[in-house]
Design a protein around this ligand. Structure first.
Ligand code: NAP
Length: 252
């Protein structure tokens, strides 16, 4: 059974690996046998984490809001013979304004990081896999907020809804090359992105309506991530896998 989820011989790129889910994902993929590339803007953090992981881990700087930075990252990896066949498009930001008060820059920033960047990263990764005639797996980190609504997060929700549908488009177009594309849709997991929000009255009330009556533990994502990344999910593509303790199916 271990063999089914094994990532031995695979190389995984995780964007936004300097904190929260991305840092955790890097550990999970590494523990399953993959070589991992931890990428984020805060190079000191990803370097420290790669050092902690030891063999089969390296860190690289990336700013996914700039196409040139994404291309440079892939070129740097290729120059040292690294071809990534697992991509975890995890880097993300949230925003916090109601639409009537929102500056256009907030909209642009969120869409740029959460929707445009996963497209650019996936396209570059897929181009390189196709050229090398190799299969791969792309996991886009969406959110239950791509399926349901919440106040003051319109661009975030639009980006995640867009990412779920982009996942389907990419899955459709890349299937012929042996590249699977799926989305993971987490509920609430406490990280830097939402620690203030989770203390709010609104969040506390929302959490009481989660059928399992708790927020997620990062380990709750391990199985779903490995399912999508490994050959255990060989016949899954275009899927949006919800991991939320039932939050998105709560009673209306
Ligand atoms: N936590 C949750 O409850 C939850 C639920 C559903 C979905 N998600 C999604 O999970 C993903 C990770 O979020 P998180 O909760 O782990 O939050 P987090 O701790 O704030 O992590 C966000 C990561 O994104 C990176 N990032 C942001 N802008 C970037 C850029 N321009 N270029 C490169 N990296 C960038 C940050 O690294 P640097 O600042 O070092 O660049 C950081 O590592 C996001 O896509 C988020 O939407 C989270």
């Amino acid at each position: 059974m271990d063999q089914l989820f094994s990532l031995q011989g695979r190389v995984a790129l995780v964007t936004g690996a300097s904190s929260g889910l991305g840092q955790h994902f890097a550990h999970v993929l590494h523990a399953a046998g993959a070589t991992v590339v931890l990428a984020a803007r805060r190079l000191d953090r990803v370097e420290a984490e790669a050092k902690r992981l030891g063999e089969r881990a390296r860190a690289i700087a990336i700013d996914v809001s700039h196409e040139a930075s994404i291309l440079f990252t892939f070129e740097t990896l290729a120059a040292s013979g690294v071809l990534c066949d697992i991509i975890v498009n995890n880097a993300g930001i949230s925003g916090s304004s109601l639409l009537l008060q929102m500056e256009t820059t907030e909209w642009d920033d969120v869409i740029r990081v959460n929707l445009r960047a996963p497209f650019l990263v996936a396209r570059e990764a897929a181009r390189r896999l196709v050229a090398a005639n190799k299969p791969g797996s792309i996991v886009n980190i969406a959110s239950i907020l791509g399926l349901r609504v919440s106040p003051a997060l319109a661009p975030y929700m639009a980006s995640k809804a867009g990412l779920i549908h982009l996942t389907r488009s990419m899955a459709f177009e890349f299937a012929r090359y042996g590249i699977r594309v799926n989305a993971l849709c987490p509920g609430y997991f406490e990280t830097e992105i939402n620690s203030d929000f989770l203390k709010s009255e609104y969040a506390q009330a929302a959490l009481k309506r989660v059928p399992q009556r708790r927020i997620g533990d990062l380990r709750d994502l391990d199985g779903p991530l490995l399912l999508l990344a490994s050959d255990a999910g060989a016949f899954m593509t275009g899927e949006a896998l919800v991991v939320d303790g039932g939050q998105s199916i709560n009673a209306v």
